[in-house]
Write a protein that binds this ligand. Structure first.
Ligand SMILES: Cc1ncc(COP(=O)(O)O)c(C=O)c1O
Length: 496
């Protein structure tokens, strides 16, 4: 039977010396360039010999040599694999790659900005280690019930007409209508289905806004402390980042610059300030809108966890106060469902809808039609509403458990803030300085408990020590155990 695809079709022999040595060098080259990644399975010696038109023993010899050198691992009755822990720096075509950086490719200035801005922000948000009790914020796990619906739903979606075609880059029409209806009902945002553009998470929504609105050298105002991934997007688009101070009532309008000649946009998280958790007061919302409107500045409202609220009266979104062509609303399914879905949306003023849809087409021709259909079906069947109610109960119980544990184990030593919504709160430690806090974080890490300083989200020194504590990954029992460890370590570290 003939084979259509060669097992390692890209493998080229250099023709120098014995055949087994050529095969060894070619495989090393593929490992060096990453074409054969750590853990990748190699073809059987028989298949590779057939492809290279040589005797099987020759391939066997090359494999054995690489196993001896540690580049390959042979597992009896399973196969031969590229080693997960390669012995030394990868080798390309038998030659070690230069690490001098001379062969680095010079990037365009915009590319350089993009890469630098992203790597700084990514370093902050990256989860470098998984702890058995992890108060990591911004992460959550879906419940088993919604997973069942998603599994079944995915099967159904595959049978829908046009499921495999490109769709409207602005998004699935029914999903846009569902999002618009929900935004109106739960957040008071009166924008029509046509004003919704579906994106790959809030991140792409912010990127599209930045690309459409910012010129090089424009000022972008951001909350401080604030969301580094938004800052990075604006910086990458060429903007100058200007921090605006945040206090217990959210962004302080008194700290806004009086003149705004080159200010193009202002990024805020009014419903649950990231990371402090403050809720922007009604008076400040009003002031902010007046300030922006009178200066022609766009407000980007990131309502990243607006679905999860634990107080009686829902705070309306900033975009929901009254129709305003200067407010862009941005939402995500990362918290209400889970981050890897990569689905979010923009609710835009009319004049920005077509440019945003065009930008979306150019960037990726639209978000995954299958994923959009899946979420749309959850919404049209009412399952999404039921899921949100379940999640509100789940996270309320965890929030209460965290507040209770902090109060019980740390008492007056801790001040709790930002716990009215979302999946994180802030624990401030008035008696600790920044170096004590670092020691506390390290001591907890040694006990396999992950806690994270809020200071890493700040541009200016905060002047106080605090932890941003997420409860998306920890249940009530883990919360109590984790806070006990935190309190025990705190007592050892706290200044006398
Ligand atoms: C302030 C803020 N906005 C948005 C997001 C979510 O972004 P995305 O939808 O791109 O996952 C997060 C995630 O942690 C966040 O903290």
């Amino acid at each position: 039977m003939s084979r259509l695809v060669e097992p390692l079709a890209f493998l080229e022999l250099d023709g120098g010396g014995p055949r087994y040595g050529q095969i060894r060098r070619a495989l090393l080259g593929a490992i060096g360039t990453g074409a054969l990644a750590p853990g990748a399975r190699l073809p059987t010696t028989r298949d590779l010999a057939r492809q290279l038109e040589c005797a099987r023993n020759i391939v066997l010899l090359a494999y054995e040599q690489l196993v001896l050198e540690g580049y390959l691992t042979a597992r009896p009755r399973t196969g031969t694999f590229v080693s997960s822990d390669l012995p030394r720096a990868p080798v390309a075509n038998g030659r070690r790659q230069s690490s001098s950086g001379k062969d680095r490719i010079p990037l365009a200035p915009s590319g350089q900005r993009l890469a630098e801005a992203s790597s700084q922000a990514w370093a902050i948000t990256r989860r470098s280690r998984r702890y058995s009790i992890d108060f990591m914020y911004g992460q959550c796990e879906p419940d088993t019930r919604i997973l069942r619906h998603l599994r079944r739903g995915f099967g159904n979606v595959l049978h829908e007409p046009f499921a495999f075609e490109y769709g409207n880059p602005a998004g699935d029409a029914t999903l846009r209508a569902e999002v618009a209806q929900r935004l109106c009902g739960t957040r008071g945002v009166a924008r029509s289905a046509e004003q919704i553009v579906i994106t790959n998470g809030a991140q792409q929504a912010l990127d599209i806004c930045a690309r459409l609105l910012l010129r090089t050298g424009d000022q972008a105002l951001v909350e401080d402390p604030g969301y580094e991934a938004a800052r990075a997007v604006f910086r990458a688009a060429g903007a100058v980042i200007t921090p605006v101070a945040v206090d217990a009532e959210g962004l302080n309008p008194a700290a806004l610059p009086p003149r705004a000649a080159r200010t193009r946009l202002l990024y805020v998280t009014p419903s649950h300030q990231f990371p402090t958790g403050a809720i922007l007061t009604a008076a400040r919302r009003h002031q902010l809108r007046l300030w922006a409107r009178s200066r022609g500045v766009f407000i980007i409202e990131d309502d990243y966890d607006g679905e999860l609220r634990y107080h009686e009266r829902a705070v309306r979104a900033l975009a929901g106060l009254e129709p305003d062509d200067h407010v862009i609303y941005c939402g995500t399914f990362a918290k209400s469902l889970f981050p890897s879905l990569r689905l979010g949306y923009l609710a835009l003023p009319d004049a920005l809808v077509a440019p945003a849809a065009n930008a979306k087409w150019l960037t990726d021709r639209g978000s995954s039609g299958l994923v959009q259909r899946l979420v749309r079906n959850l919404m049209t069947t009412g399952e999404y509403d039921r899921h949100i109610r379940r999640m509100q109960r789940r996270y309320l119980a965890r929030r209460d458990a965290l507040v209770h544990a902090l109060t019980e184990h740390l008492g007056q030593e801790v001040e709790i803030a930002g716990d009215a919504s979302g999946m994180h709160l802030v624990a401030w430690f008035p008696r600790l300085g920044p170096s004590h806090l670092d020691a506390l974080v390290a001591a907890c890490a040694r006990r396999d408990v992950g806690v994270y300083p809020i200071a890493r989200h700040a541009l200016q020194p905060l002047g106080r020590a605090g932890l941003i504590m997420g409860y998306g990954l920890v249940d009530e029992r883990a919360i109590d155990r984790g806070v006990r460890t935190l309190a025990a370590k705190y007592r050892k570290i706290r200044p006398a």
